[in-house]
Design a protein around this ligand. Structure first.
Ligand code: GLN
Length: 249
């Protein structure tokens, strides 16, 4: 990639979709570009502002049901994200972000609201909230390493045939409906229930998004603190012997 090109990482509605610190994913993307000598800029798109359609990668975070619904309503009236997706620009959507990119969301109080229909999935509440560490085996070969993250959600999402899972669940709940799978991938959208932030825990996932953004393979990058964090979190899951499907209320 030419060194004079500056990549833009858009954080969509950080104050609405910011409950779980998922804007940290944008920082991870920016840092991993900078560590490779590439220029990268964060663009925070606040509620009321149009979503720019020409950013290189977009991130949406998790939130409570009400904030998620407001974000879905705002995005429904905005063409920027839809156009970016139609152009194949990579998007990372976490938890409420995943839910609102789907067809429809039923909240924990039983209210239905439309999503953007960019992901072939629908969301409905689980009987119990899913909270805790998740470990998954990547689907589709995006990484040889395990997916690791922390979930905290009441919604469960069922994938339609146009979306494939991001991972199969080895421990924790994940999407929480049907097969034990986690997340969704469709076109240029990668969606997950995992916080952490998930890209700090999963550098392979960050680089997959970045390679899609820059349109070419990136040099491998070994960051000791990231390797340590992964070992610590995966080790903690093993030490506690968490089993698939365990939830707390
Ligand atoms: N409010 C949604 C739920 O509980 C999303 C939660 C989240 O973003 N972590 O399912």
């Amino acid at each position: 990639m030419r060194g004079d090109r500056e990549l833009t990482v858009a954080v969509v509605y950080p104050s609405l979709l910011g409950t779980y610190g998922d804007a940290g994913n944008a920082l991870v993307l920016q840092r991993r570009l900078q560590w490779r000598g590439l220029r990268a800029r964060l663009v925070a798109v606040e509620v009321g502002e149009p979503v720019p359609e020409h950013c290189d990668v977009y991130v949406l975070g998790g939130a409570e049901d009400g904030a998620g619904r407001t974000a879905a309503d705002m995005l429904a009236g905005d063409r920027g994200l839809r156009r970016a997706v139609a152009a194949g620009r990579p998007v990372l959507a976490v938890c409420a972000g995943l839910q609102i990119l789907g067809h429809e969301v039923r909240t924990h109080t039983g209210q239905d609201h439309a999503g953007l229909g960019l992901l072939d999935l629908t969301t409905a509440p689980r009987a119990a909230r899913a909270i805790g560490e998740v470990t998954g085996r990547p689907v589709g070969g995006w990484s040889a390493d395990l997916l690791s993250g922390f979930e905290n959600h009441r919604g469960s999402s069922v994938l339609g045939s146009a979306a494939r899972p991001l991972a199969t669940v080895l421990s924790g709940v994940g999407n929480g409906a049907g097969e034990p799978v986690e997340g969704a991938v469709q076109g240029s959208i990668v969606a997950t229930y995992l916080h952490g932030p998930v890209l700090a825990r999963n550098p392979a996932l960050a680089d997959w998004l970045l390679e899609s953004a820059v349109g070419e393979a990136l040099e491998p990058l070994e960051v000791e603190s990231v390797t340590r964090l992964r070992a610590e979190r995966l080790g903690a899951v093993r030490a506690h012997g968490r089993v698939r499907g365990r939830t707390t209320t």
